[in-house]
Ligand binder design. Structure first.
Ligand code: PLP
Length: 404
């Protein structure tokens, strides 16, 4: 079990007032807060070993390189990748999707199909759309039902030998749905398609085992998992990363350069052109270590408790409707009250120190499907409490009285 007060003490930002009220931070699906150990690690890096990596013979460069590569191994172990060189440092999930979608330009042709789902984040839609525009491939969308669950019969019906890659999120950021990715991966492989998993919302909440999942690619962002912004991971199976062309050219990713021809470095360097976000990569390892100290099983169990409590309490508000009622959900509650605009609710609860997100959450097709302009979204992390949920309910009731 979690000692919540102890956990909260790890996060200095939580210990403040906003608009004269204790901060209640319920925008965790947009970015998580950072524990002191992560904040300190950033400062320590710049105070002690800052140097460019992989190039220098000097001591600091070697220390920075070692720390960067140790972090890669920490993440390899954490997601159970077979090889450390299958773990690429990126700027985040968006970068990971673009890297693979660009690489697929070389592997796909007119008439082929790229499959995504109806509940994707824009960053798992647009790069694939751009790929289809470049290649003449067709974008195919797995539909969902009114609960915000993917319709598996439709998925299987749409899958064919034309499908070259299926890219779906592990967890939806606007609905909270946990998708049956094991099943999707198995079926897609049977049809001969590769599978990309957008794990931006899963990495902070669930234990991930890429070998057990057997996915071909898995991407997540550091900043949603207690790490620094601008850090992220793209896992790719060795055979796929060998097959894909490099995404960016530059220093670090080459073996030999002449004006006639350049040969590329091996994995992972082939995909890590230029000076990376060194401190971000190193400190992402610190963040992952921190999450493992708390324990992802403990985190998942506690957040499920918050989800159930929050769902029950919010549904007591007359006229409140939850968008995203999948049987298998994470701690995200999207809701609307009658025709009150989500933005107006968000602005009033902010006056009471409560941070929620309002709008389309980078999932406009989801909003179109439910025929709404947006939602109010409260997303809980393991450092939130039931008392904070009670404060949200009171604030929403007040907003309803003022706007209703
Ligand atoms: C946040 C998010 C992304 C994009 O992540 P960035 O950190 O902005 O690159 C993609 N997919 C999902 C499901 C997300 O929640």
């Amino acid at each position: 079990m979690l000692d919540i007060q102890k956990v909260r003490n790890d996060f200095p930002i939580l210990n403040q007032t906003v608009n004269g009220k204790p901060l209640v931070y319920f925008d965790n699906a947009a970015t998580s807060q950072k524990p002191q150990i992560v904040i300190d690690a950033i400062s320590n890096y710049y105070s002690t070993i800052n140097a460019n990596i992989h190039r220098g013979v000097h001591t600091l460069s070697q220390l920075a390189t070692d720390a960067y590569e140790v972090s890669r191994q920490t993440i390899q172990k954490h997601i159970n990748a077979k090889h450390a060189h299958e773990v690429l440092f990126t700027a985040g999930t968006t970068h990971g999707v673009n890297l693979v979608a660009n690489g697929f330009s070389a592997l796909i042709k007119t008439g082929d199909e790229v499959m995504i789902s109806a509940m994707e984040h824009h960053s798992n839609i647009v790069p694939w759309q751009m790929l289809c525009e470049r290649t003449g491939a067709k974008l195919v969308v797995i539909p969902m039902n009114q609960h915000g669950e993917l319709i598996m019969e439709e998925f299987e019906r749409l899958l064919s030998e034309k499908t070259k890659i299926v890219s779906v999120n592990h967890i939806s950021n606007s609905l909270g749905t946990i998708n049956p990715i094991e099943h999707i991966i198995k079926k897609a492989h049977t049809a001969g398609a590769a599978v990309f998993i957008d794990g931006a919302q899963a990495a902070p909440h669930l234990k991930i085992d890429v070998q057990a999942l057997d996915c071909d690619f898995y991407a997540f962002s550091g900043h949603k998992a207690c790490g620094p912004t601008g850090s992220g991971i793209l896992y790719g199976k060795e055979e796929w990363l060998e097959k894909l062309p490099p995404y960016q050219g530059g220093g670090e990713m080459i073996k030999e350069v002449t004006f006639e021809k350049t040969t590329y470095a091996g994995l992972p360097h082939k995909f890590e052109a230029g000076t990376p976000h060194i401190e971000g990569g190193i400190v992402l390892g610190t963040a992952i270590d921190y999450l493992n100290t708390i324990g992802l099983d403990n985190i998942a169990a506690y957040e499920t408790e918050l989800l159930h409590y929050g769902t029950e309490k919010l549904l007591e508000i007359e006229g409140l409707k939850i968008i995203g009622t999948a049987a298998n959900k994470t701690s995200v509650i999207s809701f609307n009250i009658g025709n009150i605009h989500p933005y107006d609710i968000g602005a009033i609860v902010d006056k009471m120190g409560i941070a929620v997100r309002t709008g389309h959450h980078c999932t406009q097709p989801v909003m179109n499907f439910f025929d709404i302009p947006g939602t109010v979204r409260a997303s809980f992390a393991f450092y939130n409490t039931k008392e904070e949920i009670d404060a949200l309910v009171q604030a929403v009731l007040k907003a309803q009285r003022m706007l209703g």
